[in-house]
Design a protein around this ligand. Structure first.
Ligand code: PMP
Length: 431
């Protein structure tokens, strides 16, 4: 059959074709039909401030990205087995944002593909298969990533080669307690590595998100990441930073999340915001690791790094530069953080304000006993939608409000967002 009877709603038709398990936000799903900058409009004509979406990194329907894609489409689009200047230009510009020795890039079409490739490189480099992963994380949808997924419902059991770590959260701890937590967390890493060695898998890599966003934007004890990297390297493994969430200026202080720490990963994987919605991903590594992998493999990816995708990626970097978006993210992030902390001071429902740059988390707890309150968190997300602001939620207990707008967010958008968040919290207190 073609088409659908007009009486069937879009939601029904979606269920009949894409299936009812394909997730949607909100009790009443939202149909977005247009967007520009930090604004989106639904099918009924209502406008929302977008404080959720990191894919439209430089703003919805950004003119420079649109024009770069269109101009290239008007010339030619190809697979990647011909020479083309655009992809090289993009690689040069992208790699210039990384520290030594990260000076080579494999382009992919998604974060999943990038992680899949990074794991494959690590496996070949080390001759081992063991993986360390956070016990509440998501890194993609391929078979081997499903085997190490801990934060999303998947049928695959954890692979026998996977060991999970409870990433320590030092938020609000005294220095003495932070030190104890660090020692305890590192003992867990040692035990996991020993377990992999004893079981014959050996250690291939650790894969982690430098800002631990799925976990709820954790604040790891000072020195944790460096000490973990040291242990992983000592056991012969590689360090893979998944920057799909934390990368491309999101945290404001640095272009890449891992640059917060005193250690450089062996591989960095990228995705979501790179093409502003056009599918672009990448795995960045050193010349040494790439050469070694290349001696034994041909990595061919039909669409990855095609001239149109490269044009999208290049335009995003150019807009970031032209509009000083890293600076904007840092400055505006500080302002929002201050305001949110002031809000938390007289609101017992907010246990902590997390994040940096333009990625915030408000940890929502019950005022009576400070226990996680996922129901209220969800009610606030729904209420804010009615108030014309889109946010989400994350965290081990699903009780962290997730605010992560496009980087073209401005002071007046932040003020509007803060005002609506205040009202939504007040409405909860009134209930
Ligand atoms: N890594 C992280 C941290 C992610 O958040 C995601 C997507 N949510 C992925 C990897 C997978 O990326 P993709 O959906 O592009 O495959």
């Amino acid at each position: 059959t073609t088409g659908a009877p007009p009486e069937h709603s879009l939601l029904e038709r979606r269920g009949r074709t894409l299936g009812s398990h394909s997730p949607l936000f909100y009790t009443e799903p939202l149909e977005i039909v247009e967007g520009e900058g930090v604004w989106v409009h639904d099918a009924a004509g209502k406008t929302y401030l977008d404080v959720y979406n990191n894919v439209p990194h430089v703003g919805h329907s950004n003119a420079a990205v649109r024009e770069a894609i269109t101009a290239q489409l008007l010339k030619v689009n190809l697979h990647t087995r011909y020479l083309h200047s655009r992809v090289v230009e993009y690689a040069e510009k992208l790699l210039a944002t990384f520290d030594e020795p990260l000076d080579r890039v494999f382009f992919t079409n998604s974060g999943s593909e990038a992680n899949e490739l990074a794991l494959r490189i690590a496996r070949q480099h080390t001759g081992n298969t063991g993986i360390l992963i956070s016990d509440h994380s998501y890194h993609g949808n391929t078979t081997s990533l499903a085997e190490l997924t801990t934060a999303l419902r998947v049928k695959e059991p954890l692979g026998p080669h996977v060991r999970t770590l409870t990433i320590p959260d030092a938020f609000g701890l005294t220095p003495a307690k932070e030190k104890r937590l660090l020692a305890q967390a590192l003992a867990e890493v040692d035990a996991a590595i020993s377990s992999l060695e004893q079981s014959g898998h050996g250690l291939s890599a650790i894969l982690f998100d430098p800002i631990f966003s799925t976990e709820g934007l954790l604040k790891t004890p000072r020195g944790y990441i460096e000490a973990v990297a040291e242990r992983v390297h000592a056991a012969g493994g590689l360090v893979i930073a998944d920057e799909v969430q934390s990368g491309l200026g999101r945290i404001g202080a640095h272009m890449w999340g891992h640059q917060m720490y005193g250690t450089t990963p062996d591989l960095v994987t990228l995705g979501k915001p790179m093409g502003n919605g056009h599918p672009v991903g990448a795995a960045v590594t050193s010349a040494a690791l790439m050469e070694e992998f290349g001696e034994n493999n041909t990595y061919f990816n039909t669409f990855a790094g095609n001239p149109v995708s490269a044009s999208a990626g290049l335009a995003v970097l150019q807009v970031m530069e032209d509009q000083n978006l890293l600076d904007n993210t840092r400055r505006l992030g500080r302002f929002i953080n201050r305001e949110l902390r002031a809000l938390a001071l007289d609101n017992p429902r907010i246990k902590s304000v997390r994040g940096s740059g333009l990625f915030f988390g408000l940890e929502i707890v019950r005022p009576t006993d400070s226990e996680p309150d996922p129901e209220t968190t969800n009610a606030i997300v729904e209420d804010l939608r009615d108030r014309g602001v889109l946010i989400g939620r994350i965290g081990r207990h699903d009780n962290v409000l997730k605010m992560r707008p496009p980087l073209v967010f401005e002071r007046h958008h932040a003020e509007l967002m803060l005002d609506r968040v205040r009202l939504a919290l007040e409405a909860q207190n009134a209930d």
